[in-house]
Design a protein around this ligand. Structure first.
Ligand code: KMH
Ligand code: ZN
Length: 269
């Protein structure tokens, strides 16, 4: 399964003019990425000034537009930007996406701190259980896999009954994006869980290849990397998805579409 994370909250439109920030750009990106092999889209929305936003109206409009134009599994970020308050991040669930991210601990995030207190994580987990939203647990460091096991032990399985997580590797302050660390993570993944992996910046390709070889799913996109190759900027998100799909085929693990991915993740059709 290939997830595309097309926008994120960190890059500015002024610095990255090809970053999809308007609803129209996002829908076009979603369509293009579905065509070349994506099954899920991880969305951060931007406001009219291209700034990251957790406005509920915008989120609802975005979920509806992507659903209308694609069959992609729609995942909203509850991580938002490092400055977003917990209340607004929890409020994302009221947009009723198919899936939402749930980061399993606090991590240094470059010069910032991405704060995820235990009580907040539990509130997100329970909020998704109540609404029938399937979480993707975001893992920025190995100890967060231990926290995930504790969460499941104390608060039960997520909606859909299946556990899916994404290893977000190579964030300055989190775990490195390399094969050794991915292999170390495998030992800590809860039994029966599926995993995806994302390498930030120049770790994008090593992590993609390591995950494919380890039986994992993959996430790519301009949220995570703006460089396609040494000295070459990414043209658009579909370019990254197409490369991931090609490598997956070479690895004899051809991409699965949205329908098969819904069954895999326990997302209702
Ligand atoms: N923007 C980062 C602070 C998520 O989407 O859930 C958090 C993030 C994780 O991107
Ligand atoms: Zn994100």
């Amino acid at each position: 399964m290939i997830t595309v994370a097309p926008t994120g909250a960190e890059h500015s439109k002024a610095d990255v003019p090809n970053l999809p920030v308007t609803l129209e750009e996002l829908v076009r990106t979603a369509r293009d990425c579905e065509r070349v092999g994506a099954a899920m889209i991880h969305i951060h929305v931007r406001d009219g000034a291209a700034k990251p936003s957790l406005d509920l109206g915008l989120l609802k409009e975005t979920v509806a537009a992507v659903r209308e134009n694609t069959r992609l599994i729609v995942q909203l970020s509850t991580g938002g930007a490092v400055t977003d308050p917990e209340s607004a991040r929890l409020g994302v669930l009221d947009a009723m996406p198919d899936s939402a991210s749930c980061t399993m601990g606090t991590v240094n995030f470059g010069d910032d701190v991405f704060l995820n207190r235990w009580e907040f994580i539990v509130a997100l987990h329970k909020g998704m259980q109540e609404r029938g939203i399937v979480p993707e647990y975001e893992i920025f460091d190995l100890g967060q896999l231990t926290a995930l096991r504790r969460l499941l032990d104390e608060h039960g399985l997520p909606s859909g009954g299946h556990v899916h997580l994404d290893l977000v590797m190579g964030v300055p302050g989190g775990m490195p994006g390399d094969t050794e660390t991915l292999a170390a993570a495998l030992r800590l993944i809860p039994d029966g869980a599926s995993f995806s992996a994302t390498g930030v910046g120049r770790t994008s390709l090593p992590v993609l290849l390591a995950s494919l070889s380890a039986g994992g799913h993959v996430r790519v996109g301009m949220e995570d990397t703006l460089s396609y190759a040494r000295g070459e900027r990414v043209r658009d998100n579909a370019q990254l998805v197409a490369r991931a799909a090609g490598l997956a085929k070479i690895a004899q693990r051809p991409p699965v579409g949205p329908e098969e991915s819904r069954v895999l993740l326990g997302v209702a059709s």
